[in-house]
Design a protein. Sequence first.
Length: 149
Amino acid sequence: MKDKTPEYRPITMTRLLPTFLTSFWKTILCTVVIIILSFLPGSSFEKVRFFDFSFQDLFVHFVMYAVFTALIILELSRKPYRLMNSKFWWLFPLLLTAVLGLITESVQRLWIAGRDGNVVDFFFNMCGSALVIVLYRIFYFPYHKQKTN
């Protein structure tokens, strides 16, 4: 008679990577778009004007990182991750935003011609992220907590 206990299979990169890629594909795609846009030379943006107002660059930073944070929260809340049930769940998307923002601003300052990474851009990155976190906390988080309990 065959033993019916399930076979133990350790988690390996060949099993973990496809799961990660399928679970967080939107966040990964958004990260790639942010990196591409951030690493283009400054001359690429001289003729591009989406809106005709001052501080358009800061608005774009705010929106890009707000979308990035929203995708992180959306993809984390769809899966039964313990992180979303913790008291400090908001630190994870905020830290990812900070790391991505610091990397892109540093690379712009050091190596991208015609681009200058600066603190104001980073500040607007973080403001976009913080706004999404606050809105999620106010409007959606109470319902999410009820579903998971």
